[in-house]
Write a protein that binds this ligand. Structure first.
Ligand SMILES: [Fe+2]
Length: 291
């Protein structure tokens, strides 16, 4: 992993912020051919903006993996079935929805927060996507923390969140959970990944910024509180954390690359498209235990 220690020494990139909250597009870089100083500047933007988009990139699975490896180890994706021939790179197929009901709406979540070591980040490369629809939405854990009242920050300072893979969908809005088969699959996943505990207030290991570390999908309880208390506070925090002013929204075009810092955002794939789409996906491994 490369960290840019002195950001003022880095090459100046064409960075265009997406919203006042988070996210940027970076123009003028070729991800398949990038020298180390340029990568260091990209890495700094990744830390500064949490969500980074590149347009018109010419990549194959192999060169996409090479870009991913500059961030560290690529993660195995036990629940993403479509491996490419390149280790760590998966096909990510969205089937789209119907006008009335989607089977693919994953809702708001962080990738792998039900693990002791949630992913560092993820990257997607659009191979063939519908002209419109399927935007990916993000919400900042930093702002979500900063906009809490001081008494609430104090109350949450020593509280622990329970993350449970079984609630994938029930909490997030994944409509496919209604089938018995999906429930069986989730129950099997939970055997591999028992509940984990992460503090509700964490500090990002690289930026040093504090975060409200929850997500709508898998944070299911607050340790040691009565269930009624836990539910009331978590419901409030989940609603608080997804305010419009904490968000950005990424529109997809073929050959776009999206990269996000999974440690400090929730994301939600919007399913407002009909036609199939296909992307390449990489999950970036992290040894960080949220703290
Ligand atoms: Fe995800």
């Amino acid at each position: 992993m490369s960290t840019a220690a002195i950001s003022s020494d880095l090459p100046k990139l064409d960075i265009r912020p997406m919203t006042g909250a988070l996210g940027c597009e970076i123009f003028g870089v070729d991800l398949a051919n990038m020298d180390q100083p340029t990568f260091d500047a990209v890495y700094q933007a990744f830390l500064d903006y949490s969500v980074v988009v590149f347009r018109d990139q010419e990549l194959e699975a192999e060169s996409f993996a090479e870009f991913g490896k500059r961030f560290g180890k690529l993660e195995e994706e036990p629940f993403v079935p479509n491996k490419t021939d390149t280790p760590g790179v998966y096909y990510f197929k969205g089937a789209g929805g119907t006008k009335k009901l989607s089977s693919q709406n994953l809702g708001w979540h962080m990738d792998h927060s039900y693990q002791k070591n949630p992913s560092l980040g993820a990257m997607l490369y659009a191979l063939d996507v519908p002209e419109t629809g399927g935007d990916t939405l993000f919400a900042s854990h930093y702002l979500s923390y900063e906009y809490l009242s001081e008494p609430m920050k104090e109350f949450l300072a020593d509280k622990i969140g329970i993350h449970d893979v079984l609630h994938y969908g029930i909490e997030s809005g994944h409509f496919a959970i209604s089938s018995a088969e999906a429930l069986e699959r989730l129950t099997a996943m939970r055997k591999s990944f028992p509940q984990v505990e992460h503090p509700l207030i964490c500090t990002h290991p690289e930026t040093g910024r504090k975060m409200l570390y929850i997500n709508k999908g898998w944070t299911t309880a607050i340790k040691d509180l009565h269930p009624r208390e836990s539910k009331a506070i978590l419901d409030m925090l989940k609603e608080h954390s997804l305010q419009d002013r904490f968000q950005c929204r990424v529109r997809w075009y073929n050959k776009s690359v999206l990269l996000w810092d999974n440690r400090c955002v929730q994301h939600s794939p919007n399913v407002d498209y009909e036609d199939p789409r296909i992307m390449l996906r990489i999950a970036l491994h992290s040894d960080w235990i949220p703290a």
